[in-house]
Structures are given as C-alpha cells and as structure tokens.
Unconditional design. Structure first.
Length: 157
C-alpha cells in the first residue's frame, strides 16, 4: 500500500529529485517533498460487536441528579407563573360577574316596572270589575282589637 506522498509523486512527476538541504554546515541529505512521506499507516478492522460496555455508577447518579434538578426547575417555573395566571383568570371572572350584575340590574328594573304596572290602583279596579268583586257589607267586616289580647281564631272559650 502506498502513502499519499508516493501517490502524488507517482501521479505528477517521477523525475523530480528530492530537494537537498543547501544550508551551510549541514550534511547534504535529501529533503522529502512531503512531510512524513516515509511513515506508513496500517489500518486494521476492529470488531466490537461482542464487547459489552461496563456500567458507570457515576453516570447513574448524574442522570438522577439531572432529572431531579430539571423537575425542581419545572416546579419553580410553575410556582413563578401560577400567580400571574391566577390573577388573569380572576380578572376574567370579575369581568363576567360585572356583566352579569349589569344584566341582573336591568332585569330587576324591568320587573319593578312591571310590578308597579300590575299593582296600580287603576289595574286593581279593572281586575275587580272583570272578576265581579264587590265590597263586603259593613256588618261582615271584623276589626281586630289588640287591646284585650284577643285576635281572630284565637278567641278564649
């Protein structure tokens, strides 16, 4: 198997000689065209299908800590947002109660007007005439006298 440097050398130009170190005091050794072209990497297939991962007790603790802290954060967030949501719902309820109060006040006023029309003396006289009511004779009228302590149907015998 060829290295990358050998592939480039073969593909481009085989006639190029390696550059020599021309600095004063150095031995005349050839300098390779590519760094580390003399290193050969061997790859081997590794089969890890039969390898079983060992359990890490710290990972189990960390997982429970993370779940606990996330739960606490959620509870804290709900605790912070709950009063605002409650006041919003209370505002809706107050507004609906005000509308109901206004509706009931209007209904009460219309009922009072209807009652006043029904109980008016002119209406009573008309009803008495329609049903042929007559005033009782004065002999049949009993006046209650509370001075002697006797009331109707409570007569002492």
């Amino acid at each position: 198997m060829a290295t990358l440097a050998n592939i480039f050398h073969w593909a481009f130009d085989r006639s190029i000689e390696p550059v020599r170190d021309l600095r004063p005091g150095s031995a005349s050794a050839p300098i390779p065209h590519f760094a580390n072209e003399d290193i050969y990497f061997f790859t081997k297939r590794i089969d890890n299908s039969r390898v079983v991962r060992s359990s890490d007790p710290k990972a189990h603790k960390n997982c429970w800590k993370l779940m606990g802290s996330a739960g606490a954060a959620v509870i804290l967030l709900i605790g912070v947002l709950l009063p605002g949501a409650y006041s919003l719902m209370a505002g809706f309820q107050v507004q609906s109660l005000r509308q109901e109060e206004q509706r009931l006040a209007t209904e009460h006023a219309s009922l009072e007007l209807e009652e006043a029309q029904q109980v008016s003396p002119a209406r009573m006289e008309e009803l008495a005439r329609i049903q042929q009511f007559i005033d009782p004779p004065s002999a049949k009228v009993v006046y209650l006298d509370s001075k002697n302590g006797s009331l109707a149907l409570n007569d002492r015998k």
